[in-house]
Design a protein around this ligand. Structure first.
Ligand SMILES: *[C@@H]1O[C@H](CO)[C@@H](O)[C@H](O)[C@H]1NC(C)=O
Ligand SMILES: *[C@@H]1O[C@H](CO)[C@@H](O)[C@H](O)[C@H]1NC(C)=O
Ligand SMILES: *[C@@H]1O[C@H](CO)[C@@H](O)[C@H](O)[C@H]1NC(C)=O
Ligand SMILES: *[C@@H]1O[C@H](CO)[C@@H](O)[C@H](O)[C@H]1NC(C)=O
Ligand SMILES: *[C@@H]1O[C@H](CO)[C@@H](O)[C@H](O)[C@H]1NC(C)=O
Ligand SMILES: *[C@@H]1O[C@H](CO)[C@@H](O)[C@H](O)[C@H]1NC(C)=O
Length: 645
């Protein structure tokens, strides 16, 4: 039973880790279209919407040009949809972004006939109205970060020539791509990078006019910020003081040679620059950038380092929609000022400390209105900008389930990030099942309810919430119990709050806990809903047996629950595994053994052999359902030890 865990396995894990998942594209803004009302479930409109998106999304996997349109159905139930990827996005980025957008659009705008969602790398839009060649520069929004500069006129003057150039370049694009990017010197020692794009179905004049509307919005929307996005259904614009686009991307020639471009129609758009002058512009831009980046970045660093936010200022991003206020109010109601939270936790006093999780210390707090909260102070720099962080928190706050700890809000101040949760009365599950005196208070009925609750919470994260959250660190200490002993899963979605950095291959990005991690996750960094199912299986076995999966003494495993369970099960002695405090008083031995059976199914070595959480919930609720026979589970310690040879 005794096995030595080589210390080096932890380093092995570091080395074996490769990229965990393709980078998630950053979600920016939804815009639900209320003008045409809602469709009803199972209506023709819904069928058409499903069908149009199910052909649009795969189309993104094959086309090189980043713009897709599809329609389905007959009036009055016709559904039109378009997707537009950012001009510099490669096929993989584009595809995965549109996939995300497909899911989030219907999640954020349930049953709406029309919706637009913007991501960093793409936009998805559907509507009952005609979309193609239909200029829409009203139903948009803007996003800016409060890195504003004191002298706004200086900024606007500096970027005007860049904006003018980008407008003409984007509008002068061809019928498959209307995109432009470039840079200029900004105030101080900054370089300002800009990007513009229209949906390429728009004629040149409409594209130009849409971008003009966007440009004219800048002074009125964004408090002279150095990081601004203006998003309209037909066009968008972004500028920032750091390079955010890929300027080395090479555009393939258009598929059909477009006819010689017609001269720009009537009034506003100036003629696009001739071919040769365009080349010059690009060359100059590149040369200027390359030589200036090195020089300028030194100054920019100094500049940024000096520029600290004044003490006590509420640091927040601003997300605005023209006309719509939903997002603003949600965002606003979730923001807590750092000062208030610090006061609520008595300046993060040691006495208020509730525990230490994987991502930081948790404190108990009391808001001025008397409401009790739990505050997680994230320990490390998440590597995420404020805006991304806030968008993720907004999404997580939308997850509501009785078996999840509710996220109430957040606070940002410099590099400090705080998350506010509902306060849950009875601490965590491990404080009960692994405690020799407290375990007695948790009878079988209570434990069975807890198992069922955890399963339902996890199922919601995996399937019902549409966001498809993979927890990655499910364990007894991440299950909290409220006053009625209802389990609430904590720490979900944490992985979303940390950006995968470029250096990812060199850092251990594994967020799980040794002993709960599925082998494919621990060894290869591959996580999926099935790696959560594995953790759930371990947890289930711990609840029934009252034993920790791995207990260590001086680096030696003195107990390995999975192999022990397997051997007893195989030899028909499963009832010996049950926690003695349950075994002696309960007449539900059969149910307990059934739970052990389900636990073994969840910890199968091959992820495909593990059930989904949907099946687990079913198995738990219906005792007549016959269960498959498990085979030998994954012995994590073994697997790793073998790899050492
Ligand atoms: C459509 O449904 C949403 C929520 O599902 C609701 O808030 C909205 O008022 C509905 N709109 C109409 C026009 O019924
Ligand atoms: C829609 O159809 C599904 C399956 O055909 C059915 O289960 C569901 O109850 C229907 N929903 C409504 C609201 O009619
Ligand atoms: C789009 O999202 C819906 C609902 O979330 C999902 O059922 C569907 O499979 C997705 N389509 C594609 C092609 O990914
Ligand atoms: C806008 O900028 C001014 C200074 O330029 C600053 O005092 C103010 O706080 C900013 N407003 C917001 C909402 O960031
Ligand atoms: C719209 O999609 C169809 C194919 O479904 C394609 O033939 C057509 O060129 C597209 N239109 C535009 C403007 O991209
Ligand atoms: C930029 O695009 C080029 C060509 O598509 C690609 O090889 C390169 O990896 C991209 N760079 C970044 C930082 O995305």
């Amino acid at each position: 039973m005794q096995r030595i865990i080589p210390k080096s396995i932890f380093f092995l894990c570091f080395n074996l880790l490769t990229l965990i998942s393709p980078c998630q594209s950053r979600f920016l803004l939804p815009r639900c279209d209320d003008s045409n009302g809602n469709y009803t479930s199972n209506s023709t409109y819904q069928t058409n919407l499903d069908s149009v998106l199910s052909s649009l999304v795969p189309a993104a996997a094959t086309t090189t040009y980043g713009f897709f349109n599809r329609s389905a159905g007959q009036p009055p139930d016709t559904v039109n949809a378009i997707a537009l990827c950012r001009g510099d996005a490669d096929l993989d980025t584009c595809r995965s972004c549109i996939n995300d957008a497909n899911v989030s659009a219907r999640d954020l705008c349930p049953n709406r006939k029309g919706a637009t969602v913007w991501y960093d790398d793409c936009m998805l839009r559907y509507s009952g109205d005609t979309i193609l060649q239909n200029l829409d520069s009203t139903n948009g929004g803007f996003i800016w970060t409060p890195d504003n500069i004191p002298n706004s006129n200086e900024l606007y003057q500096a970027i005007r020539p860049l904006m003018d150039r980008l407008k003409s370049e984007a509008a002068g694009g061809d019928s498959v791509r209307k995109f432009s990017s470039g840079s200029t010197f900004g105030p101080g020692f900054t370089t300002i990078y800009g990007l513009m794009q229209c949906t390429p179905d728009l004629p040149e004049d409409q594209c130009y006019s849409c971008l003009e509307t966007a440009t004219n919005t800048i002074p009125n929307c964004c408090n002279a910020s150095l990081n601004v996005r203006i998003l309209y259904p037909s066009c968008n614009l972004r500028y920032a003081n750091s390079r955010f686009f890929n300027s080395t991307v090479v555009f393939p020639p258009p598929p059909v040679e477009a006819q010689p471009r017609s001269p720009p129609p009537s009034s506003p758009p100036p003629p696009p620059p001739s071919k040769s002058s365009k080349t010059t512009v690009i060359v100059i831009a590149i040369v200027a950038t390359v030589s200036s980046v090195i020089l300028v970045s030194v100054f920019v660093c100094i500049f940024i380092r000096r520029k600290r936010k004044p003490e006590g200022q509420l640091s927040e991003n601003s997300v605005h929609e023209h006309g719509g206020i939903d997002e603003i109010t949600t965002a606003k109601s979730l923001i807590y000022s750092f000062g208030v939270v610090r006061a609520a936790t008595n300046n993060f006093s040691h006495d208020n400390k509730l525990g230490h999780g994987g991502f930081g210390v948790v404190y108990k707090g009391k808001l001025p209105n008397g409401k009790e909260i739990a505050v997680k102070r994230l320990s490390s720099d998440s590597g995420q900008g404020e805006e991304e962080f806030m968008n993720e928190v907004l999404l997580l706050a939308k997850l509501q389930h009785r078996n999840l700890v509710q996220l109430l809000g957040f606070s940002l101040e410099g590099s400090e990030r705080l998350l506010m949760y509902e306060f849950v009365q009875n601490a965590s599950l491990d404080k009960f099942i692994f405690d020799s005196t407290k375990r007695v208070t948790l009878d079988w009925e209570g434990r069975y309810k807890i198992i069922g609750g955890i399963a339902k919470g996890l199922l919601y994260l995996h399937e019902d919430s549409r966001l498809k959250i993979i927890h990655r660190d499910l364990k007894a200490s991440n299950v909290l119990l409220d006053a009625q002993m209802i389990p609430k899963i904590a720490d979900f979605g944490m992985a979303r709050l940390f950006t995968p950095e470029e250096t990812q291959a060199n850092t251990c990005r594994i967020v799980g806990t040794y002993g709960y991690m599925a082998p494919e996750y621990a060894l290869h960094g591959q996580f999926s809903v099935k790696s959560d199912v594995f953790s759930f299986g371990v947890l289930l076995l711990e609840i029934v047996t009252g034993h920790k999966n791995h207990s260590f003494q001086n680096g030696v495993v003195i107990e390995d629950l999975l192999s022990h369970t397997w051997k007893s099960w195989r030899d028909g002695n499963a009832s010996n595994l049950i926690d003695p405090t349950l075994r002696d008083v309960s007449d539900s031995i059969r149910d307990m053994i059934r739970c052990i059976h389900i636990g073994l199914l969840c910890v199968q070595e091959n992820a495909c052999d593990r059930p989904t959480m949907g099946s687990v919930v079913l198995m738990l609720s219906s005792s007549s359902l016959s269960l498959p026979v498990p085979s030998e589970p994954a012995f994590f310690v073994n697997t790793i030890a073998n790899l050492q040879n």
